[in-house]
Design a protein around this ligand. Sequence first.
Ligand SMILES: [Zn+2]
Ligand SMILES: [Zn+2]
Length: 139
Amino acid sequence: MICPVCAQEMAVKNAGDIPLDVCWGGCGGIWFDAFELARLSQAPPETMEWMAQVPVQEAQIPAHKLQCPRCSLPLMRRLFKPAVKVVVDECPGCGGFWLDHGEWDRIQTHSASAEASDQPDKLTLARQMYRQLCARQEP
Ligand SMILES: [Zn+2]
Ligand SMILES: [Zn+2]
């Protein structure tokens, strides 16, 4: 798979049993296919420990809008979850997510503080909304 930011071939790294495409030695971005991000946000933190070790070259900001590395549709910027205020790129076609380097860590940090401060029913509501959003974007 080709990195949507720096147009180089990405490496495949396993997070538990899920293979992820990583821009190794480039921008350090990671592509998650539909539901992989949701599955991994439930996984133990060790599963994603290697993300901190991804070699990254200085940030390269693309002049163009990012395109889905799977289906070439323009990616849409949106909040990861209502309670997790990290903006990620999502493909409206295949439902995959592009995370720039460091965004996974920010999601983890924000999720932890959201869970600590939110009422449980509010959090459940946020999860339901997220699931509905995912379901809607199934082909
Ligand atoms: Zn890249
Ligand atoms: Zn796509």
